[in-house]
Design a protein around this ligand. Sequence first.
Ligand SMILES: Nc1ncnc2c1ncn2[C@@H]1O[C@H](COP(=O)(O)OP(=O)(O)OP(=O)(O)O)[C@@H](O)[C@H]1O
Ligand SMILES: [Mg+2]
Length: 258
Amino acid sequence: MKISQLAVELKNTTKRYNDLVAVNNLNLNIKQGEIFGLLGPNGSGKSTTLKMLMGLIVPTAGSVNVLGIDVQQNPVEVKRLVGYVPESPSIYEFLTGIEYLDFIGDIYGMSADEKQQRITEYLKALQLEGREGDMINSYSDGMKKKIALISAFIHKPKLLILDEPLNALDPRSARIVKDILAGLKAQGVTTIITTHVLEIAQALSDQIAIMYKGNLLALGNMEELQQKASLPGSDLEDIFLKLTGTEDLKAVVEALVK
Ligand SMILES: Nc1ncnc2c1ncn2[C@@H]1O[C@H](COP(=O)(O)OP(=O)(O)OP(=O)(O)O)[C@@H](O)[C@H]1O
Ligand SMILES: [Mg+2]
């Protein structure tokens, strides 16, 4: 494997669905060890971008390089090194939590000891202990999300691609996941995360990209985004609303409720 400084390199990457340009000529470099927040309104192209990183959909144009690997040339190698939580994870509902995680550990070729140790740790951390023997179809939404997260974490991936991983999690669990991501960052793991919870994105991210209708609107750390939006000192919510052109929400809401 080529040693690369970059965890992700997108060059002129485009994805079209017939006439719809879901991702438009995206150029993006994500450094190893960063937490990268990928933000944007519904339908702006975030999940499409993450699916191209995973090799799950093929770009219409441009290249996708992950951890120095060309995703189209070596999709299996990329999947081995990456942990992915899709926005709607498809988990085998008729397995128990422990059976499912054990199965995922086998897919990644983990030893029995390693599997058991890491699954036990994560079940405990995410407060699923005692429920691992129940069938997944009896879990709540948040519990299913936790299983999807654990299945992305267990094989010690170098890169985490998390599509709205905190949806459905209670505040304590969301906090635990945030702390896990910060701990993994300290070990050099790169994380790309989409979320509509802008406070979390602001607190976690080293770099933030804001997409809008398939285009990259803004990219940088908080200070750079504040400058770009001409909103010095403001929080990510105000920046996001200004840059995505929806700051005049008050008038819309007033018209609705009058
Ligand atoms: N399989 C598909 N076929 C046709 N159009 C698609 C397909 N998948 C996504 N799109 C379109 O591509 C655009 C980007 O979708 P995408 O799922 O990437 O948005 P998103 O930023 O993840 O939004 P959200 O915040 O709602 O999750 C949307 O207009 C969507 O309708
Ligand atoms: Mg999405």
